[in-house]
Ligand binder design. Sequence first.
Ligand SMILES: Nc1ncnc2c1ncn2[C@@H]1O[C@H](COP(=O)(O)OP(=O)(O)OP(=O)(O)O)[C@@H](O)[C@H]1O
Ligand SMILES: [Mg+2]
Length: 281
Amino acid sequence: MIKVEKLHFSYTNIPFIENMSFDVNNGEIFGFLGPSGAGKSTLQKILTGVLTKYDGSVEVDEKEVRHAGPAFYERIGVDFEFPSLYEKLSARQNLRFFASLYPQSRDIDRLLESVGLLLESDKKVMYYSKGMKSRLNFIKALIHDPQVLFLDEPTSGLDPTNARIMKDLILAEKAKGKTIILTTHNMHDAAELCDRVAFIVDGRINALDTPRKLVMSKGASKITYTYLVDDKEVTKEALLKETEKDALLHKLISENAILSIHSSEPNLNDIFLEVTGRTLI
Ligand SMILES: Nc1ncnc2c1ncn2[C@@H]1O[C@H](COP(=O)(O)OP(=O)(O)OP(=O)(O)O)[C@@H](O)[C@H]1O
Ligand SMILES: [Mg+2]
């Protein structure tokens, strides 16, 4: 579906993206996970033909994106970081206008209802809150029922309820067979939504795999147990895969002297830090 090979790109005379290659499969949710300034939005802009002065090859449906024409823009839907809406028009008028640019469109009322905006659809967008604008911008990207969706930070700025609605809508698009490329710095969203995740820092991909494999390949699960020494609680940690070597643990179990025991798996944030040396925030 998407094939990026030996991509180079710079905003100035200093190279930013250097020799980046990856593929996105048909029907998958592919995530760019990285901290602020990593290059996530830059990549989205290259993949959607907004930034065309790149070297190397970026193909969507076997066509080079820098030569993309109207047919390409009918195939893709874009929900970028900053909503691009007409403030003086109502939500419904915005959607009607954007729908008129395409040969086909989805049902506007159903889209508005899906993000809880139907009752306020005749309000001018200038009176919308930030979260309402994000939701409207998202359904604007769906209006022509595109095959490929590019979503830049789709849950940022949303409260937990609306973030949940947004994630369910993204999963519903995937269930219809759509290919989705999203960016996030939220490891929970990446782990929940993405089939595969690319870790991005300073314009580079540091790792790329399923969230599960990224966690399993690098991180080690731990157990933490507590016991009493002279009436004082002591805490000790051990790697789950090395508990058979932990003589103290065996002794405490045999004496029934364990006060508490917990196991914990590393999360994507821990792995991101281990692989890139950077945190996600
Ligand atoms: N038009 C531009 N001209 C020059 N530099 C730019 C331009 N747009 C972005 N940059 C720089 O490119 C780098 C990557 O920016 P980008 O917006 O892709 O990051 P991001 O990963 O999307 O970050 P965030 O999570 O904050 O959205 C940053 O250092 C940024 O300052
Ligand atoms: Mg960004």
